[in-house]
Design a protein around this ligand. Structure first.
Ligand code: ADP
Ligand code: MG
Length: 323
């Protein structure tokens, strides 16, 4: 029912950035190769996500807006095992309960697609539409019926920064997907989707910064690490430019970012942090998912071993560069 969906929305959908995250993750789960994200007024006015993924069959569209109607996995343990981002079936019903949502979708070779409209959790209409494969979802008037939540939103600059952050992370995690982010008609990010992480880093941080980053890699029996780290001359005043992906998923882990910084030794000035993007592959069983997945925080078995390996990788890299 609508109330239950609104309560769930309180947990899943806190701000425009969470809507963007959920919608883009759905596109990724649907194997999209091209995702366009069009945002107006930091997502408060509208958010539109267009993908070329699998789409939803006409008879399943209403079901996608029912709580726990996930077509995906059911156990949190599966999170790092299965390549699927959604797992609770709460995002679409939650968003539809606190906004105005029009979704158009079609599967491959369909004669006709479906256009469905929800507002404040109520089904407004469902009709046929053209059959372009993929999904096009437009979310307007976010939180129009939950004024307390609307009031709690921060400035447009802050909300937009969150959205950009979400897309940057996903673009770095899914280098084979072409992302296109536009805000109020202005292009903020465009990636090629050709699998080249360095090119994505150049799109996210700028070409001149990307040139000041060097490739790193190392592996042992448990871990394989590869990525890019900035030269000691290219630093930032906080850790948020350190991105760690475990088995393709963005994670937060203080100890791993500490290990990166430690690898620089005395080369970094106090209070300065590198830009880094590390992709780590490991047995999913080494990832402890006993932490709320929305927050991206993970604990790892063999964490000390991994920290030492990261540090060694960075020390070696700068030794090779004669730094
Ligand atoms: P979850 O992602 O946890 O399964 P959601 O509420 O986000 O739950 O989505 C519900 C269902 O709607 C998904 O399981 C999927 O079957 C379908 N769906 C949502 N968005 C898309 C999309 N962009 N492309 C294809 N199917 C989608
Ligand atoms: Mg989802």
């Amino acid at each position: 029912d609508i109330l239950a969906n609104q309560i769930a929305a309180g947990e899943v959908i806190e701000r425009p950035g969470s809507v963007v995250k959920e919608l883009v993750e759905n596109a990724l789960d649907a194997q999209a190769t091209q995702i366009d994200i069009l945002v107006e007024d930091a997502g408060i006015k509208s958010i539109r996500v267009i993908d070329d993924g699998a789409g939803i069959t006409n008879d399943q569209v209403q079901r996608a807006f029912l709580r726990h109607a996930t077509s995906k996995i059911s156990s949190r343990q599966d999170l790092f095992r299965v390549h699927s981002l959604g797992f609770r079936g709460e995002a679409l019903p939650s968003i539809a309960s606190v906004a105005d949502v029009v979704l158009k979708t079609a599967v491959m070779d369909a004669k006709e697609g479906t256009k469905i409209h929800y507002r404040g959790g109520e089904l407004v209409s469902q009709t046929g539409t053209n059959a372009r494969q993929g999904t096009d979802i437009l979310v307007k008037d976010l939180f129009f019926n939950t004024p307390a939540r609307l009031k709690y939103l921060k400035s447009q600059a802050t909300e937009l920064a969150q959205i950009v952050d979400v897309i940057n992370r996903l673009a770095m995690s899914y280098t084979k997907v072409a992302f296109h982010l536009v805000h109020n008609g202005k292009e903020l990010l465009q990636t090629a989707g050709n699998g080249n992480l360095q090119q994505v880093i150049a799109s996210v941080y700028g070409l001149s910064q990307a040139k000041k980053m060097v490739a790193v890699n190392i592996s042992d029996n448990d871990f394989a690490i590869s990525g890019y780290v900035s030269l000691p001359e290219l630093t930032r005043s906080n850790r948020s430019y350190i991105s760690i992906l475990i088995n393709g998923r963005f994670v937060k882990n203080y100890n791993l970012s500490k290990a990166i910084v430690k690898g620089y030794g005395s080369k970094l000035m106090v209070g300065r942090f590198p830009i880094a993007v590390l992709q780590i592959s490991m047995d999913p069983l080494l990832v402890d998912v006993n932490v709320h997945p929305q927050k991206h925080e993970v604990r790892l078995s063999k964490e000390v071993q991994l920290m030492a390996l990261i540090e060694e990788m960075i020390v070696k890299c700068f030794t090779n560069q004669n730094l």
